[in-house]
Design a protein around this ligand. Structure first.
Ligand code: CP
Length: 317
């Protein structure tokens, strides 16, 4: 395995989940695999879960781990070719990438969508520059369009908690004060489309996601109808994907907040969210604190999804 961006990079998803569950039983079983290998995690954006879980996964595998916060202590990086660098950016990514790569064996990259240029974002320009110029395996730690380590952890969590062979999983948009990327819902849709679940997406009109990720998923604009009989409710905000509103907030309709009343429409569903979450915008205190809330075990599974991916990468070196 040389890269992770889409579910298909993991091959057979069921096998990947089973492998992850085996790793979870003994997360230090592959401690020798990463001996004298170095993992570099490069962050262009903030993180709590990804930062800690990915480093922990690398350490479980016996790796040395390094974190670079590009915006704190490193030179400010230019990312576009052809720019006359007479501003505040001292170094170009095209030199920085091979230099970073010379100190490590595997690279994780966090680089969110910028919402300045949809093509730049959806071509995964930053991640692909790392793939092209590092010569090292590269995995997304949430890049412009996808967050596969999160979606893989979500799928592992669903596998652990499901009470029927093919549960109904509903991903619902919910309000948020800031414009957020589509990476998490994109990847969740990508993974659910490949999983043995009955998958429904619900959002207000105008929030349609990219066809590349939605594929054949059912889209239901009536949230109450979508939630009927759900076994898992996955809440997330995202900004508009479709032109001419790319990256914009179209609604802050609080009737979409996941509340006890909304959860009562479901089949006693589990509540999921990738975190961080804005309480009483996305989800009420009551729901996130209820016994049906999986947000903590879901976050804890980020260690396992990262370990499974990095293990596979190490095996391919
Ligand atoms: N879910 C997630 O990726 O969390 P962080 O942004 O804190 O890493």
């Amino acid at each position: 395995m040389r890269k992770l961006l889409m579910a298909q990079d993991l091959g057979d998803l069921n096998k990947a989940v089973q492998e992850a569950l085996e790793i979870k039983k003994n997360r230090y079983a592959y401690k020798k695999l990463g001996e004298n290998k170095t993992l570099l995690c490069v962050f262009f954006n903030n993180s709590l879960r990804t930062r800690l879980s990915t480093q922990k996964a690398g350490m479980n595998l016996g790796m040395n781990t390094m974190v670079l916060d590009v915006n704190q202590g490193a030179w400010k990086l230019e990312t576009e070719r052809g720019v006359v660098m007479d501003g505040d950016k001292s170094e170009h990514l095209l030199e920085a990438i091979p230099v970073m790569a010379s100190f490590c064996d595997v690279i994780g990259v966090r680089s969110f969508a910028r919402f300045e240029n949809k093509e730049f974002d959806y071509q995964e320009t930053i991640l692909n520059q790392f793939i092209k110029y590092s010569g090292k395996p590269v995995f997304s730690m949430e890049s412009a369009t996808a967050h596969p380590l999160q979606a893989f952890a979500d799928l592992i969590t669903i596998e652990e908690y499901k009470k029927k062979e093919r549960p109904k999983v509903v991903m619902t948009w919910a309000p948020h004060p800031r414009a957020l990327p589509q990476a998490v819902p994109n990847s969740f849709a990508d993974f659910m489309n490949e999983a043995n679940v009955d998958f429904v997406i619900t959002h207000p009109k105008g929030y349609e996601l990219s066809e590349k990720f939605v594929r054949n998923a059912k889209v239901e604009y009536d949230q109450d109808k979508a939630l009927e009989g759900a076994d898992f409710v996955y809440a997330k905000n995202w900004s508009a994907y479709q032109d001419p509103n790319y990256g914009q907030i179209l609604s802050k309709d609080m009737s979409w907040t996941v509340s006890t009343e909304k959860m009562a429409l479901t089949n006693n569903a589990y509540f999921m969210h990738c975190l961080p979450v804005r309480r009483n915008m996305i989800v009420t205190d009551d729901v996130i604190e209820s016994p049906q809330s999986l947000v903590i075990p879901e976050a804890a599974n980020r260690e396992i999804s990262a370990e499974t991916v990095i293990k596979r990468i190490l095996e391919s070196l």
